[in-house]
Design a protein around this ligand. Structure first.
Ligand code: SF4
Ligand code: ZN
Length: 312
């Protein structure tokens, strides 16, 4: 296999694009494509301050690296979840995120959940009895809330996450199986800002996971190889495996699935009521973030419960 640009030996072959590239041209191609997606979906401009949610994994660090190379004003945010799982998961991922930032002279905000709320994620989950023995429900709630809060408090207009095509296709697959119309309407490369929350963007949403692995390796980015220990056996991993099987026999199936969805949504072809989305949102009286109840938002209710139990 030869590089399409220079004829040297190719190191990455992308069957879905019928494109093979050598390392050097691959490292040019990825930021070029990212820039194209940023413009196409009107994600942000060079005048806006961007907060990149970094987990220490390949996707978020690759995203930060790409935005930095493209000359965007991108700072990082690391949320310390306090997950050990016998491998010191949080500790090691924080070390790698910090190392990445230090080596490039980039600014990384670190927020430790245990310091902020008294307990690490697994304990918050246990005490609040949410999520059937897995901390993922509470973890998702806390991550969303904290990313919104920090972007707002520190004045970032844009919150960027490293979701790749495999992530997005798996979420889309799950939402389609359940016909979760509200989620389907909100899924896409950009979620516009509303109710005082920053705009959310996913600049890597059209790259396959293996393309991001190849990018991170080729750039010599040190990242945490292990997944979070709680990810094991999760539904999204199962959906990813199914989609990978499909991709093996039909190269490009994942990309087509996602892109055709975006096109249909844009045309208004989804046979879904367009107005359910913003029905009855209020500002939480405690934290100010939008919620569908009249009362405190789910995050603040969860913290209340934890505090009540801990005070006993
Ligand atoms: Fe949080 Fe993801 Fe780990 Fe679940 S798998 S605890 S959501 S980081
Ligand atoms: Zn709240």
């Amino acid at each position: 296999m030869k590089c399409k640009k220079c004829g040297e030996k190719a190191s990455v072959n992308m069957r879905q694009h019928k494109l093979a590239l050598c390392k050097e041209h691959y490292l040019e191609w990825v930021p070029e494509q990212t820039e194209r997606f940023i413009k196409k979906y009107e994600m942000f401009t060079r005048d806006e301050k961007i907060l990149v949610a970094v987990s220490g994994g390949k996707d978020s660090l690759a995203l930060w690296d790409i935005l930095h190379r493209l000359g965007y004003q991108a700072d990082g945010l690391y949320l310390g979840l306090g997950i050990d799982g016998g491998i010191g998961y949080s500790h090691e991922s924080q070390r790698l995120a910090q190392k990445f930032a230090d080596e490039r002279g980039l600014k990384l905000h670190v927020v430790d959940i245990e310091k902020e709320y008294g307990q690490p994620i697994p304990v918050l989950s246990e005490i609040s009895h949410r999520g059937h023995g897995k901390p993922c429900a509470v973890c998702g709630l806390v991550k969303r809330h904290e990313m919104n809060r920090i972007a707002r408090d520190l004045g970032y207009a844009v919150l960027a996450t490293g979701h790749n095509l495999d992530d997005e296709a798996a979420v889309l697959f799950g939402n389609t199986l359940n016909w979760s119309s509200e989620y389907l309407l909100r899924q896409g490369p950009v979620l516009p800002s509303s109710d005082g929350l920053a705009r959310k963007v996913k600049p890597l949403c059209r790259f396959y996971e293996r393309e991001m692995t190849a990018y991170a390796l080729a750039r010599g980015i040190e990242y945490i190889y292990e997944e979070c220990p709680y990810a094991d056996g999760s539904q999204s991993i199962y959906y990813k495996e199914l989609l990978n099987q499909l991709e093996t026999t039909r190269p490009g199936a994942k990309l087509t699935f996602y892109l055709r969805f975006l096109e249909a949504r844009k045309r208004g072809d989804l046979f879904i009521e367009q107005n359910i989305e913003h029905a009855h949102l209020h500002a939480c009286p405690k934290c100010g973030q939008p919620t569908s109840t009249d009362d405190y938002c789910s995050f603040c209710r969860m913290i209340e419960k934890v505090n009540a139990v801990s005070a006993k």
